[in-house]
Design a protein around this ligand. Structure first.
Ligand code: GDD
Ligand code: MG
Length: 361
């Protein structure tokens, strides 16, 4: 089996984190977003993964060898000269997808989606209905920013409407597909959207089915959704009893602490907290609904709530950080700093407080 992961754009909605780290390499739970996808694909028997990119961040290229070794897959790159949208890259990679493809099908993943990947069931269902494509779907409260799907009881899709302006339904495209290689011939080599041009046509011909996801799902392309995604990820670790969640008298709810992090025994963490590799969390600290990315030091008695603290930050003691604050890589805060809904750009030393939400420093 093969897979293609669509990696486009510059991750602008996940700024300022993505100013120094390409979105697929932003850590989520215990590993980078891309590693979750590669891991799931490898477990489902995928041997070769094509990354469809329209730029080549050097950090991403440098990390691929490591992923190949860990997950025992081959990773190849298909580069666009101009952004080809969500369908064009499939056509561009046609030869790569077809070469030695005995199964006659391939996975396509949006790169910013995270879920409990039910890939074995997905393959089984796709083979069983025998049509050209299957889309994984999920139900959301606000479907307007997604692709909406209307289907029959057996899964056959009647309509696919991308970003509908009027309410069509709340079952949405989760951004994971299993397609027969014949779908590639439906696509021209030009910038084109699979959601607006290819799927509606396939649905009208009765060639498109859906399978509803059990379990959590999130498009983590923006800070608010990233934090919701972390919460769902932690919950699913608890439900599946994977044994990776932290335990302790001052741990509240679901918390994940990287084994290399040092957490003072008087720090109170949780619920919904992820502490990254090599972090140091000081005495009396209180952290909830937040992610602290790798190599960050939080000095004593600080409070962090509903925020993402970037890599290699130093948070001075008695600071208070809240309201969906996001700090980029290498930010230093002096003692007693107050941040509320603040975005801090990379490589900054901050000597003032920013109590008004929306400030970019
Ligand atoms: N290689 C390449 N080239 N990839 C691209 C390009 C491009 O020109 N444009 C977008 N992508 C990638 C993005 O990086 C992402 O992985 C995927 O294609 C989807 O693009 P987004 O920009 O994230 O789309 P969206 O989130 O608004 O909507 C999509 O995802 C929803 C689920 O999260 C659609 O597929 C919706 O139908 C779906 O519901
Ligand atoms: Mg997206």
């Amino acid at each position: 089996m093969k897979a293609l992961i669509l990696i486009g754009g510059y991750g602008t909605r996940l700024r300022p984190l993505t100013l120094t780290v390409p979105k697929p390499l932003v850590d989520f739970g215990d590993k980078p977003i891309l590693a979750h996808q590669i891991h799931a694909l490898a477990e489902a028997g995928v041997k070769e993964i094509i990354l469809a990119v329209n730029n080549q961040p050097p950090e991403l290229m440098a990390s691929l060898k490591g992923f190949e070794d860990i997950y025992n897959v081959k990773i190849i790159i298909s580069i666009e000269n101009e952004p080809l949208g969500t369908a064009g890259p499939l056509r561009l990679a046609k030869e790569m997808i077809l070469k030695d493809n005995e199964s006659g099908m391939f996975f396509v993943f949006n790169s910013d989606v995270i879920c409990d990947y039910p890939l074995d069931k997905f393959i089984e269902f796709h083979k069983q209905h025998g049509k050209e494509g299957t889309i994984l779907t999920t139900v959301v409260e606000d479907p307007s920013k997604y692709g909406v799907i209307v289907h029959q009881e057996d899964g056959k899709i009647d309509r696919f409407v991308e970003k509908p302006l009027v309410f069509v339904g709340n079952k949405i495209n989760a951004g994971l597909y299993l397609l027969n290689v014949s779908v590639i011939d439906r696509i021209e080599l030009r910038p084109t959207s699979i959601e607006r041009e290819v799927f509606p046509q396939m649905a009208s011909e009765g060639e498109l089915y859906q399978m509803t996801l059990n379990g959590y799902w999130m498009d983590i392309g923006q800070p608010k959704d990233y934090l919701i995604g972390q919460k769902l990820f932690l919950q699913s670790q608890r439900d599946r009893e994977t044994g990776v969640l932290a335990k302790g008298s001052l741990i509240v709810g679901d918390v994940m602490i990287h084994p290399s992090a040092q957490v003072d025994p008087t720090a109170q963490l949780g619920p919904n907290v992820v502490i990254g590799a090599d972090c140091v969390i000081g005495a009396g600290t209180r952290i909830y609904d937040s992610t602290i990315l790798a190599r960050t030091v939080v000095h004593g008695y600080s409070l962090i709530q509903g925020s993402i603290i970037g890599w290699q930050n130093t948070i001075g003691k008695w600071s208070r950080i809240q309201g969906l604050t996001v700090t980029a890589e290498d930010v230093q805060l002096k003692d007693e700093t107050f941040l509320n809904g603040t975005m801090i750009l990379p490589h900054k030393a901050i000597a003032a407080s920013y109590p008004n939400a929306g400030t970019i420093v």
